[in-house]
Design a binder for this molecule. Sequence first.
Ligand SMILES: [Zn+2]
Length: 776
Amino acid sequence: MSCSKLKYTNSARTIDEIPFGEASWHSFKVRYTGEVTHASPSWKRRTYEVHTRDAMTVLRNMLASPDFNGKWNHTPYEEYVRSDDGQRSRRYSNVMSGRWAWRQATKVAADPETHGSMLVPIILGADKTTVSVATGQQEFHPLYISTGLVTNEMRRAHREAVLPLAFLHIPHAPRESEDDPEFREFKKQLYHASIAHILDPVRPAMSNPVVVRCPDGHFRRAIFEIGPFIADYPEQVLLATIVQNWCPKCLARPEELDSKGAPRFRDQAQPFTDQFPRADIHELLSPDLLHQAVKGTFKDHLVEWVQQYVFANNAAKDAKAIMDDIDRKISAVPVFPGLRRFHEGRNFKQWTGDDSKALMKVFVPAIVGHVPDRMVQAIVAFLDFFYLARRSSHTTDSLAEMEATLVRFHEVREVFRDEGIRDDFRLPRQHALVHYVEGIKNFGSLTGLCSSITESKHIDAVKEPWRHSSKNNPLIEILVKNTRRHKMAAARVEFGERGMLHGDVLLGAKAEMGLAMPVEPEIGEGHDGGAVGDDDALLDVIGVAGKAKPLVVEMGKRPAYTRSIVTLAEEVGQPRLQELVRRFLFSQIYVDFEGDFETVPLGDCPPFSGAVSVFHNARATFYAPSEEAGPEGMHSELFRSTPAWYGQYERRDTVLVQNGSEDDVMRGMVVGRVMLLMQFTHEDVRYSCALVEWFLPVDDEPDPVTGMWIVKPEMVHGRRNVGVIHLDCMVRACHLIGLYGHKRLDKDFHFADSHVAFKGFYLNRYADYHSHECGP
Ligand SMILES: [Zn+2]
């Protein structure tokens, strides 16, 4: 590498304040070594200090942690599932399930020096972060490290699976030098030289195997390798040493960013990966959902373009009124678990990634009628692509669906060109979507390598320690804090206090799901002849679209009140309640009866006039394949039916109820609005059931504009029809959004009235990832 103008000095000063051992922090200094005179700009005259710790020690400690036992893959693997139509399909999930790991391991196996060694991919992530105080802002540039061996779940959920490895120096120059090509070149060199130096301790182990301890307590010969790099676009520009507005992955010219270009070859400037065996930075830059899809394509592009369209086609005053209406419609959606409420509307100046993800869930119905249908379809196509892309595992089918959805998005986004909002789509972050399928095939699910992982790490590694620092020399204090935390975590594991990651409950739940799964995973051969069949990660239950039913639905802890059924019927204004409960009992007792319970003579139904306990909530527990629910994807949700939620307003959640076969309209499901959660005993058997209002699909196809099913309340004699169902019939909570139509929403509208105020509703496909993957 052309480091002629850089010189390192390993500082003698380690951070003495840290009393504990191995992975302690030290620093090294880098300075410009070209010609320097007293007239040279200040950036040439000063030295730059980089704080780091021994990369090899950090990696060894990480690998040795028993916390990851059962949650790692010691070899690349190919896993196959059989889809509904019997086709054998490769499944991509963890980093080691991807083609890249397999390919690299093949190279390692082919070399007599390294043959038979375990491949350890090093995952790096660099991400600038800013902390602000009254007196100004301070920037930090941490470099994080993880390994490709741990599962994606662990990398997302476990504090010690991603650790800060270094704090890079962010050089500043006086404003007149900021754009000086020489300074820009120096910044790039400083960056790459620093990372190369930080990784120096691992370099020997990239060519000659070393023995390491693994999470299972066994020792193995390991060969290390630079793996995927997590970075947002500005960081990718720096990493790939490319010019702004170009793609770091391919050679598509800026004006060709509509499609994929030829693979990218080297530029003159040399990235740090050149100094390490088998590493190519352009290949290793992994797709980044957070910055490319959420903050880029959705927030900065599509949402912004919709607003531009509204202002371009309406007088300023009307445009503002339309934007206000969109705001109000966004705020008018019913409550749903995990759904963020936009109280102050769409003031997106300060939006975080989480805000944008929340807006994705409710945006589409709010703009229908205000913009051309094709514009709605463009956003729908993008959302479908994104929801597919962020699944925690992929098969040939889901990847083919992603390809097709991206083609559809590219077709319908032309509406923005046709309407004069865009001249082109030369947008590197939006272009990056064309590399997603390839990225998944190479590195597994994108959720395992997203910059949301490094961003959330900032809180632990930078922001919290910074807040408690004296602000005098905060970086040193931050480093001390990080070391202590790391040591404490190591000690905790050592003492066997493993916390809640190894619960039998989860294993039991998985086993139960396993029994219910129609598709058995086929385990591919481990690499290099090694058997991998006993590896826990490979025994993961596979979520198949539509098959992930709740494991169990239970009433809340204690009833809100108990009444006789006659009194209850009067109190809640449901004159048919007793009749419906009797018909329900008939259905429960005569399980083989094949007719319509509604038409059974009431005299044939069991009599019931006893006491009923009413609950205000029930809990459903699922195995949710792509939910950000923490380890194992276990997900539990509470649904509510209460007249005064938090003492304020009525909340009656809606649920999907299985009513027919998978091949029927809406996959055999209908929507029930839970009006009462009831429990009672009949002949010594306790029944848990719900009184629901029925909402049925209006058509046998989803709405062509939004792609969502439209449902309407079933009406009988001018009233909403109701029924009583067993709690077990509930598939899961679902989210309905009013069919607003072209009418503006009243200024005083309250979201609690949504379920009764509209005649029709969208069955929201984007309410959460589960709705998209497993919903009708
Ligand atoms: Zn590209």
